[in-house]
Design a protein around this ligand. Structure first.
Ligand code: OAK
Length: 835
């Protein structure tokens, strides 16, 4: 059939985006006001204007998106798919304008229409389809894939409710409210009602007698997966990739059989349960709960994504044994591990391949990234639940396990303990399926997310697998962050100063971040240092203004800004930080006014959400809020130390906080934070870092120089022994660390309100102290004192700040994604419009 239909030149001359001149931009925005929104100029508010502007920008992206997809189809390269249950995208409009290089034109156009672009940007709601680091990493990797012209698509779920909204009660308790982010229509997604797949749950699986491990799976519940596409524009390239999010729908709106039988309510109920699958993001970070609906989410998403990937592959007309030459699938932690038995099921039961052939394909397609070594995050699913929901997959997992354990037995004869450790099934009541083991044996390669973490993966949780497969199957890809959002977008003044100083256009250095190295020599330039410091100061004022308008507090912008923002978790040790604040407060109280005057004022900021069922994490928030209440009201000390807990942490809030930070805290117990990525964001924006020798902190110090990082605390190899000591030879805190004991006594004694409330939190330290707060407290306080001293010499501090930014090139997510492309996926850039 002829394409396009009709007159080709008519098509081609009309297939353009909105021309980049201001006249066309205003025309396009007004047109969207009138037609897409059916509104009029006289009653248009900021929200309406935002929506019209967003739709206009979307038109531009769509042209590029279409062109990119056509280009990929024609060139038929190998593609990679990033399967992540979380994509913490944040806002899109500003990012899209910058990547498309249209920001100044839209700014002018919006102005001409009587609005301000800055106001419109604030109307957008965050797309917060993630909990923390793992979800934000996925978002940075999408930005880098598009910017590096890599043919990569993301696959995830279109949750109706993202991460909950955090409210803080007057007593300091975290309350959770739903996040109805889709309520004002989402201009960034394209519903693809025609792209849909049926996904089965429950039912029966019958093995076929003739073998090859085949079976037929029938009955149960069928749910429809409908695609929604989110465009991912690359930076200064036409390449625009896709993030495909699935929504669950009942297959027919209601169950016809029950309907005809007069069971109207039952029929509607079944349709409700289908919609429930993608209704809400689970808000537990680093913990698994074995909930049936979560397992259904995981299967629903992996089954729909694989069906879509296979359909696209089949359009190439290749034979199935070439699948690994055209497809790489990255598993973001173990959440999508069911894709492994699902692909086996398709190859065996639908494609009729024999077992070994199918397994050969599977183990060349998947790649697995581990994001934590914390035991509570290791996913395990009860066998009875799996058998009930996914009977065919449970059979396949048993078959994989049998064949695998035979191979282990052959290599390590008679080592029964090893077999028990490596089995996909953990014995117990009930038995459980170990998803990390399955992901490991079903993948081509496995990686951790920072050097230390990758070593820990290989020597602890996957040690047996390294011994079995050999070390070459295991690797490291140190995380990265996108400098587009985390420098150019969130810190436009610094970005401008960098471009003018280096005399390099930002379109160049933002995509080759090692170019920042050129800033090193300007650290010695007094004028440059003054400009650098002035920008930090204005960013602090911007944050203070934000806090003043949203919370009504007046923040002292002459103080050092000290920031810790991340999920609340015992391993991240917000406790250490708040106890350190109390320690400093007690010190200030003991001083004379004259002594205090010599002190360098400090404002401490916390933000972060606690999992709704994580009692100790919520209690930590309560303590922070109540310490803030007391010390901010103390006339003797408040000029020297104040404290804020900023509610409802989000990507957008991070974009205001990070550029304003002088120092940020990354103080996990050594060996517990796999990488951390906010550490990179702070340093890229010229903030210094106080931290433990953990995760990517180590590599940051390697790059920026240890003299520019404030390290403290015990090292990873000491942790195991210290924990043992706490349990078997406990020393009371009063002896082990008197300074800490004093702080705990003040809290228990009621300095910050009813001390009894905090007993459970205080007891985590007094008893067992699994995260070693006691062991690290003194060196933490010393590190903070060194920070204070260093800050006194402002000139030296600014030099450190410049040298830090200058040496952050390694931490661009462009470097990380190219590492995956080359060392894992075997993928090449496919730039649009360059051939
Ligand atoms: C969340 C749920 C299960 C397992 C891991 C996570 C997670 O968010 N891990 C975090 O991943 C980030 C990206 O790799 C790392 O920077 C963090 O250190 C890690 O805790």
């Amino acid at each position: 059939e002829k394409w396009p239909r009709g007159d080709e030149t008519v098509w081609k001359t009309n297939m353009r985006g909105v021309d980049a001149d201001v006249g066309n931009i205003t025309k396009s925005v007004v047109n969207h006001v009138q037609t897409s929104l059916a509104r009029q100029a006289y009653n248009l508010d900021n929200l309406g204007a935002y929506q019209a502007a967003a739709l206009s920008v979307r038109d531009n992206m769509l042209v590029n998106w279409n062109e990119t997809q056509l280009h990929y189809t024609r060139k038929a390269p190998k593609r990679a798919y990033y399967l992540s249950l979380e994509f913490l995208m944040g806002r899109t409009l500003d990012n899209a304008l910058l990547n498309l290089d249209l920001k100044s034109q839209y700014k002018d156009g919006i102005n001409q229409l009587g609005f301000s672009l800055e106001d419109l940007l604030e109307e957008e709601r965050d797309a917060a389809l993630g909990n923390g680091g793992l979800g934000r990493l996925a978002a940075c990797y999408l930005d880098s894939s598009a910017s590096q012209d890599l043919p990569v698509w993301g696959y995830g779920l279109r949750y109706k409710y993202g991460i909950f909204q955090q409210l803080i009660s007057p007593e300091g308790n975290q309350l959770e409210a739903p996040d109805p982010w889709l309520d004002n229509q989402n201009p960034w997604e394209l519903p693809r009602i025609d792209v849909n797949y049926e996904v089965r749950f429950y039912g029966q699986s019958e093995r076929l007698p003739e073998g090859h491990g085949r079976a037929i799976w029938t009955g149960g519940q069928e749910v429809l997966a409908v695609a929604y596409d989110v465009m991912i524009p690359g930076c200064h390239t036409r390449n625009t990739n896709n993030l495909r999010l699935w929504e669950s729908k009942p297959k027919r709106g209601f169950d016809l059989n029950s309907f005809n039988a007069g069971n109207y309510e039952g029929a509607v109920e079944s349709s409700n349960s289908a919609a429930a699958i993608t209704s809400v993001l689970y808000p537990n970070d680093h913990t698994t709960f074995g909930k049936e609906l979560r397992l259904k989410q995981q299967y629903f998403w992996t089954a729909a994504s694989l069906a879509d990937i296979i359909r696209r592959f089949k359009n190439l007309g290749k034979s199935i044994n070439e699948f690994p030459d055209y497809v790489a699938i990255q598993l973001n932690d173990t959440h999508p591990t069911l894709a492994i038995p699902e692909l086996m099921r398709i190859l065996l039961d639908e494609e009729d391949l024999d077992w070994n052939f199918a397994w050969q394909i599977v183990t060349n397609v998947f790649f697995f990234t581990n994001h934590t070594v914390l035991p509570e995050a290791l996913e395990k699913w009860p066998v009875p639940l799996m058998e009930h929901i996914l009977p065919r997959h449970m059979q396949i997992i048993y078959d994989i396990n049998m064949i695998f354990l035979q191979a282990v037995e052959k290599k390590f004869p008679g080592d029964r303990e090893r077999l028990a450790r490596m089995s996909l099934i953990e014995e117990g009541f009930p038995k459980q399926v170990r998803m990390a083991n399955l992901a490991c044996i079903g993948s081509r390669r496995i990686n951790g997310v920072a050097e230390l973490h990758s070593q820990l993966v290989q020597t602890t949780i996957l040690k047996d697998f390294v011994e079995f497969f050999g070390v070459s199957k295991f690797g490291n890809v140190t995380n990265g962050i996108t400098p587009r959002r985390w420098l150019d977008q969130c810190n436009p003044e610094l970005s401008k100063l960098i471009s003018s100083t280096l005399k390099i256009d930002k379109s160049v250095w933002l995509k080759d971040l090692y170019k920042l190295k050129g800033l090193v020599k300007f650290a010695e330039d007094k004028g440059f240092r003054a400009e650098w410091a002035a920008i930090k100061q204005r960013n602090k004022e911007r944050l203070a203004h934000h806090i003043e308008t949203t919370l009504g507090f007046t923040v002292n912008t002459n103080a050092m800004f000290d920031v810790q923002i991340k999920r609340l978790h015992e391993y991240k040790r917000q406790t250490l930080n708040i106890l350190g604040v109390v320690h400093r407060y007690l010190e200030l109280k003991a001083m004379t006014p004259a002594q205090r005057k010599k002190i360098n004022p400090k404002v401490v900021f916390f933000a972060g959400k606690a999992a709704p069922a994580y009692y100790i994490a919520k209690l930590t928030i309560r303590l922070i809020v109540n310490v803030a209440r007391v010390i901010n009201a103390d006339p003797e000390t408040k000029d020297y130390l104040s404290l804020y807990f900023l509610p409802d942490y989000s990507v957008s809030l991070a974009e205001v906080l990070i550029p304003a930070s002088d120092i940020s805290q990354h103080i996990s117990t050594a060996g517990t934070e796999a990488s951390g990525t906010s550490n990179m964001k702070f340093c890229l924006n010229g903030g210094l870092l106080v931290g433990t020798v953990d995760g990517a902190n180590i590599e940051i110090a390697e790059e920026v120089g240890e003299e520019n990082v404030f390290f403290f605390g015990h090292l990873t190899p000491a942790v195991e022994d210290l924990r043992y000591q706490h349990v078997y030879h406990p020393v009371p805190v009063d002896e082990a660390c008197p300074a800490l004991a004093n702080v705990l006594n003040q809290i228990s004694g009621g300095l910050f309100g009813d001390g009894g409330v905090y007993e459970p939190l205080v007891n985590t330290i007094r008893q067992g102290d699994y995260y070693l707060v006691t062991d690290d407290f003194d060196s933490y306080i010393r590190a903070l004192a060194m920070v204070d001293d260093a800050y006194m010499d402002r000139d030296e501090w600014v030099k450190k700040s410049i040298n830090t930014t200058a040496n952050m090139g390694k931490f661009s997510s462009d470097r990380a994604i190219m590492d995956y492309a080359q060392e894992y996926w075997n993928l090449e850039p496919i730039p649009v419009g360059k051939d």
